[in-house]
Design a protein around this ligand. Structure first.
Ligand SMILES: Cc1ncc(COP(=O)(O)O)c(C=O)c1O
Length: 484
C-alpha cells in the first residue's frame, strides 16, 4: 500500500459525513423494525458537499431532454413524429441538438482522448464570447470527467520530486492538499485574509514563496480558486492581475479553478477569468509578462448542478508543446472522458438561445435556481452573524459560507483530551444534536488557533431556515455547556 495514500485526507467526505452515514443507517434500521430512533431530528440535512441535486435542486429540463435522446437512438429516430403524436412535449431544438451530437458518434463509443471536436469547438466559442477574445484553439481544450480529473492530471505531470511545491490558498478546496500528499510534493500555503473578505495580497504571496524557498522547496505552480471554495469570495480584476503578474515573475504555472464562475450573487461582484487577465497582461507588457495558465470549469456547479454527470474542461494557455504532448499522452492512457459528461459540457457552453423553442423554460428554470441561491446566500450569512460568537463574511459567490466560531477554552481542552480538532468536535456535536452535516475548518486549512466550519446553502429555503434555528440553539447550548 502506498503510504502517501494512507496519509491523504479529504475532509469533504471525512469524519463528519462518515458519522452522518452511520446515523442515516441507524434511522433506516429503526424505521424498518418499527422502532423510534434515538435522534432529536427527523432527517439529516446534508450541508457538507456542493452536490445540489442531492438536496433537492431539480435538473434543468433542456439538458435532460437532450441527454435522453442522445443516449437513446431509437427514441431519437422516432422523435419528431412519434413523440409529437403522443403529445409528449419535446421541442424541436432539443431534437436538432440531440441529432447533432449523435452525428458526432455514439455515446457508447470512445471518443478522441481530448473529447469530441464539436464540443471543444463550442467550448472555444463560449470562452471567446465570455472573455471578448482572444481566439481559443480546440487543441488547447481537454474535456474532462469533472474538473477533478484535469486537476489530477496536471498535478501528476507537475510533481516529480519531493521538493516540487504548489502554492495553495488557505482555506482551500481539499483536492489540492490531497493530491500533493498523494503525489509526494509540498504544499506552500498562502493565507486568504478573512478580515478583508477573504482577499489576498502580494505581500502574503511573497512571504509564502520566500519561506518555501528558504526550506529548499521548488515552487512550480500557484492555485487560485475564484469564486472561492470554501470562502465564497469573488476576486477583483485588480487582485487577478496581481496574481497573474506574480506567476509571470516567479515562473509559476497559474492554475485557475473557476468551477463556480456562474455562481456570483452579490451585486457589484463580477466573475472575470484568469485567461482574460493573463492575455491583457501579455498585451500591455508587449510579451514581457507571459503567464502559463491552465483554467478549469465544470458541469457540477453553476445552475446546472449535474455533479453525477462528471463533465467539465480545462484550457491550456501558453503551455509548452512538449508539456501539452505529455498531458495528451496521460489523458489518452485513460482513453477518453465519459461521453455523457462531454455532452453535458457541450450543453453547458451552448444552452438554448433566445427565440429557440426551449429558451423560455430554460430561462425560467435557471432564473429560479439562481434567485433561490442568491436569497439563501444572503440569508445564511445574515443569520449566522446574528449568533453570538459567530462571524461570517458575505458569500459573494460559490455555494458555501465559512463562518468563524469562537470556542470556549474548556471546549478546546475537552477536544484536545479526546484527540479531536476542536472544530471537528464542534461539527460532530452539531450533527448529533441537529442532524446538520457540515465540514470542520481543519479540513480546508485555517490560521492556527482559529476555528471555522463550512456549510452549503444548497438545501431548500424553508429547510435551511429551520436548520439555522437549530444551529443557533445548538451553538448557545454548546457554549453554555463549556462555560468557565
Ligand atoms: C473549487 C472546486 N474545484 C473543483 C471541484 C471538483 O468539481 P468536479 O465535480 O467538476 O470534479 C470542486 C467540487 O466541489 C470544487 O469545489
Amino acid at each position: 500500500m502506498n503510504p502517501r495514500l494512507k496519509d491523504m485526507e479529504y475532509a469533504v467526505r471525512g469524519e463528519v459525513p462518515i458519522r452522518a452515514e452511520e446515523i442515516a443507517a441507524e434511522m433506516e434500521a429503526c424505521a424498518a423494525s418499527g422502532q423510534d430512533h434515538p435522534f432529536n431530528f427527523s432527517s439529516l440535512l446534508r450541508c457538507n458537499i456542493g452536490n445540489p441535486q442531492s438536496v433537492g435542486q431539480p435538473p434543468i429540463t433542456y439538458y435532460r431532454q437532450v441527454l435522453s435522446l442522445v443516449d437513446s437512438p431509437s427514441l431519437l429516430q422516432k422523435s419528431s413524429s412519434w413523440m409529437f403524436r403522443r403529445g409528449t412535449q419535446i421541442p424541436s431544438d432539443v431534437i436538432e441538438r440531440a441529432r447533432s451530437f449523435s452525428s458526432s458518434g455514439s455515446t457508447g463509443a470512445y471518443s478522441h482522448s481530448q473529447g469530441l471536436a464539436s464540443v471543444r469547438r463550442d467550448v472555444c466559442d463560449f470562452i471567446e464570447a465570455r472573455d471578448g477574445g482572444p481566439e481559443c484553439d480546440i487543441s488547447n481544450i481537454f474535456l474532462l470527467n469533472g474538473a477533478s480529473a484535469g486537476i489530477t492530471s496536471v498535478f501528476t505531470a507537475l510533481l516529480a520530486n519531493p521538493k516540487d511545491a504548489v502554492m495553495v490558498p488557505v482555506p482551500q478546496y481539499p483536492i489540492y492538499s490531497a493530491l500533493i500528499t498523494l503525489l509526494g510534493g509540498k504544499m506552500i500555503p498562502y493565507y486568504l485574509d478573512e478580515e478583508n473578505d477573504w482577499g489576498l495580497s502580494v505581500e502574503e504571496l511573497q512571504r509564502a514563496i520566500g519561506e518555501a524557498r528558504k526550506k529548499g522547496q521548488r515552487p512550480r505552480a500557484l492555485v487560485m480558486i475564484n469564486p472561492g471554495n470554501p470562502t465564497g469570495q469573488v476576486l477583483s480584476e485588480e487582485t487577478l492581475r496581481m496574481v497573474a503578474r506574480f506567476c509571470a515573475k516567479e515562473k509559476l504555472l497559474f492554475l485557475a479553478d473557476e468551477v463556480y464562475q456562474e455562481n456570483v450573487y452579490l451585486p457589484g461582484s463580477r466573475f472575470v477569468s484568469a485567461r482574460k487577465i493573463a492575455h491583457e497582461l501579455e498585451q500591455t507588457s508587449a510579451g514581457a509578462e507571459r503567464v502559463e495558465l491552465v483554467s478549469f470549469h465544470s458541469t457540477s456547479k453553476g445552475l446546472i448542478g449535474e455533479c453525477g454527470r462528471r463533465g467539465g474542461y480545462m484550457e491550456f494557455w501558453n503551455i509548452d508543446p512538449q508539456v501539452h504532448a505529455q498531458l495528451y499522452k496521460l489523458q489518452s492512457s485513460q482513453l477518453c472522458p465519459n461521453l455523457d459528461g462531454q455532452v453535458m459540457t457541450g450543453l453547458m457552453v451552448r444552452p438554448p438561445k433566445p427565440g429557440e423553442p426551449s429558451y423560455r423554460l430554460f430561462e425560467e428554470e435557471s432564473s429560479r435556481i439562481f434567485g433561490s441561491l442568491q436569497r439563501k446566500a444572503a440569508a445564511l450569512t445574515a443569520r449566522l452573524n446574528e449568533v453570538d460568537g459567530v462571524t461570517c463574511n458575505a458569500a459573494a459567490g460559490a455555494m458555501y459560507a465559512f463562518p468563524r466560531i469562537e470556542l470556549p477554552r474548556k471546549a478546546i481542552e475537552d477536544a484536545e483530551a479526546k484527540g479531536l480538532a476542536p472544530d471537528l468536535m464542534y461539527c460532530l456535536s452539531l450533527l448529533e444534536a441537529t442532524g446538520i452535516v457540515t465540514v470542520p475548518g481543519t479540513g480546508f486549512g485555517q490560521r492556527p488557533g482559529q476555528w471555522h466550519f463550512r456549510i452549503t446553502f444548497l438545501p431548500e429555503e424553508k429547510e435551511l431556515a429551520r436548520a439555522l434555528d437549530a444551529f443557533r440553539d445548538h451553538h448557545e447550548a454548546f457554549v453554555a455547556r463549556y462555560a468557565d
